[in-house]
Design a protein around this ligand. Structure first.
Ligand code: NDP
Length: 303
């Protein structure tokens, strides 16, 4: 068997948000129209290292896309990334493995691209202030992806370690804040991208009508968002089934899910732009598999 490996640098070279955001819009629609077969991810805990290994398979019949992402999450890593992944694509007709590629760049970019889709449909079109809680990998990708769907005048950043917020603020021409409450004051769009296990964003801090992308807290007993804010916002998720099994923010608050993003994109559920909306992101295997297929297509003409 001769399987090609595509390294991170090659993925980075060809993957851009102007292609990826519409591709993720399509993946979300396919997921919610039941075109996709995908179990909720399996997680193995590596207790000694406070780490996790996730196994994420998916198949879309209309895209002939069959693949699996293997992803580790070691929140305490310091000098290496906290998320590491590989994605394998198989030929859906005969099951032969076609390619293995780096999955770190895809995880970073597809998550932000999906939040960009949510933001495009759920945030006010004249949004001026973007606030980001967290200053790691996802903070950077989210600022880039969201700035491609809305023109923000100001970017406010808070992180647990102030120095990290300052470094990122310099990179993106934003402002670093000591205090999360001050950072989100008057924000039209808020992104939470931390590895926190208890809430970092409180209901009373959030302007009515704001849109929130809640991206961290992917375990059933972890929270990033105040339960009152979960209950009072119009709640969108990527997968209803996964949200009820994996998201501590959803499970512990008992917040009612209004719609999957895909249902909203298909026109089956409304985009409640005027209300305070919250997209709880957990990440779908089909996002990874369709991103990997896109990379494979984009690389083909270059051999
Ligand atoms: P990074 O490790 O690059 O950044 C983590 C950030 O979280 C840093 O800003 C760090 O602050 C902050 N942080 C860590 N622990 C805490 C804490 N206890 N309280 C408050 N802040 C904390 O991670 P990523 O940017 O890659 O990921 C961010 C989050 O997004 C994670 O929860 C991750 O699991 C999630 N994620 C979700 C995906 C999805 O599809 N929904 C996909 C990929 C990631 P500092 O370093 O300044 O101290």
């Amino acid at each position: 068997m001769d399987i090609k490996f595509i390294p991170a640098d090659d993925v980075k070279k060809v993957l851009h948000y102007n292609d990826l955001i519409p591709e993720m819009e399509s993946a979300l629609k396919k997921f919610s129209s039941k075109d996709v077969e995908q179990p909720v991810r399996s997680i193995v805990s590596v207790k000694e290292a406070n780490g996790f290994l996730g196994v994420m398979p998916a198949y879309s019949s209309s895209s002939n896309a069959l693949g699996v992402k293997l992803v580790t999450f070691y929140p305490q890593n310091k000098d290496v990334p906290t998320h590491n992944a590989i994605i394998t694509l198989f030929n859906s007709q005969n099951g032969i493995p076609e390619v293995i590629m780096d999955g770190e760049v895809i995880t970073t970019m597809r998550t932000a691209a999906v939040s960009a889709v949510a933001t495009k449909y759920l945030a006010a079109p004249d949004s001026q202030i973007l606030a980001v809680l967290g200053a790691g990998v996802q903070a950077r990708s989210h600022i880039q992806a969201l700035s491609s769907v809305l023109s923000f005048k100001k970017i406010h950043i808070w992180s647990r370690t102030k120095k990290n917020a300052e470094v990122l603020a310099r990179e993106v021409g934003g402002t670093a804040f000591d205090d999360a409450q001050e950072a989100v004051k008057d924000a039209d769009v808020i992104v939470t991208v931390t590895s926190a296990v208890s809430p970092v964003l409180m209901k009373d801090w959030v302007k009515t009508g704001a849109h929130i992308n809640a991206v961290g807290a992917c375990r059933p007993d972890w929270q990033e968002i105040d339960p009152d804010l979960m209950r009072s916002s119009v709640l969108y998720v990527d997968s209803q089934k996964a949200a009820l099994m994996e998201s501590g923010d959803v499970i512990l608050s008992k917040a009612e899910i209004f719609a999957e993003l895909g249902e909203m994109l298909l026109g089956e559920k409304e985009a409640m732009k005027q209300k305070t909306t919250l997209f709880k992101s957990l990440g779908l295997a089909i996002e990874d598999v369709m991103s990997a297929k896109l990379v494979q297509r984009l690389l083909k003409p270059q051999g």
